[in-house]
Design a protein around this ligand. Sequence first.
Ligand code: FAD
Length: 400
Amino acid sequence: MKAQQADVVIIGGGMVGLGLACALKDTGLSVVVIERMEATPRLSLGRDCRVSAIVAGTVEMLRGIGVWEYIGSRAQAIEGMRIFDDQRFGSVRFEAAEADMQELGFLVENSVLSDAMTQVVHDSDSIEYCCPASVDSVVWKASHVELTLADGRLLHTPLVVGADGGNSWLRLQAGIQVWSHRFMQRGIVATVRPQFSHKGVAYQRFLPTGPLAMLPMTDNLCSIVWSADDPEADRLMALDDAAFLNELQLAFGPLLGTLQEVGERAAFPLRSQLAKHMVRPRLALIGDAAHQVHPLAGLGVNLGLRDAMALAQEISDARRFREDHGSMDVLSRMRGNRIPDVLAVMSAMEGFHHLFTSEMPGVPWLRDAGMRAVGNAGTIKQLLMRRATGLSLPLPKQIS
Ligand SMILES: Cc1cc2nc3c(=O)[nH]c(=O)nc-3n(C[C@H](O)[C@H](O)[C@H](O)COP(=O)(O)OP(=O)(O)OC[C@H]3O[C@@H](n4cnc5c(N)ncnc54)[C@H](O)[C@@H]3O)c2cc1C
């Protein structure tokens, strides 16, 4: 069978893989996305139980690649954030207005974001979306990569991108190992209906077992991410809805009045993971295939989309200057651009996790004092907000 030529092959059509395809749509390059299965969201009170807090900097990127216009009213603006500790009285409030922003970001159901990206992909003549499809074998040659699909098709490409998630098949084929730390916790997700209006505020409460996030959704629903040690997560998952709602109310407190209804729950193991190599000749790993962070800051997909934009930018620049976009010269520039951001977020998340779960003498006092100090220090707060929302990072130039 004659091999098909593609300029870029992306394995994995999750939010990050599709994000890269969308970013490459106007570059004149031919792109093939290979996704092994059609996504079917797990519904909780009629909403996808998987949601993402998309920070303001990422929203700008999604606008730039034509994805945001398909999301519009289906996203809930996050106008403020309140972080508080179960043990003490310290709490921090972040308001978008304090940093001269309209909103800190938006809460979007993962399926809404994926559908918007799929729409952009379908509208493009240069992107081929293969689903369901998978790759049987991959062989790296000096000048290109040879891929054999399960249906027998052959693909040749100068660059293959692994966007196939935390258990990346492509990373395994390339023999790239990971540093991995399992928190021995799971994140329970579900949609709940509170009594009072959430007013666009995202709440994060630190419990001795881990953080509980109550995130605002459209129609005054909220999405929870409740991180708990494995045995506690098992216990919470085994409760019936009424008993679960009762425990959730006790854990979250009365801020939104009575929690009236909860939808179907799902639980995901939590880990922190970093691939030992993000790039190799003719290979780039992006998103969870390259790094996974604790969801407590809601930054995983944001980091992955920043990888996608940085890679698209380097590929597009390489094409303009007639460079081989699968070469290490080009891919190293993308790695150099991304590693500081990834490491900064990973270490901050590890630090927060330990700070808020540790009961060593002095630590509860320290976090209480820290939260009060941040709460009172306008400039530090503004810097933290601009960093957390990705607005302090340079936006990729126009990719075309
Ligand atoms: C409880 C929880 C809450 C979270 N909340 C947030 C949040 O608020 N904000 C945020 O930014 N992040 C959040 N995250 C993290 C975020 O969900 C991930 O970072 C994000 O989904 C990673 O996207 P991805 O496309 O890299 O990987 P994935 O979403 O894992 O997608 C990988 C895709 O590749 C496909 N695939 C896998 N193997 C193959 C193969 N061999 N061939 C073809 N296709 C393949 C899969 O089917 C899948 O579609 C959260 C995570 C958890 C667990």
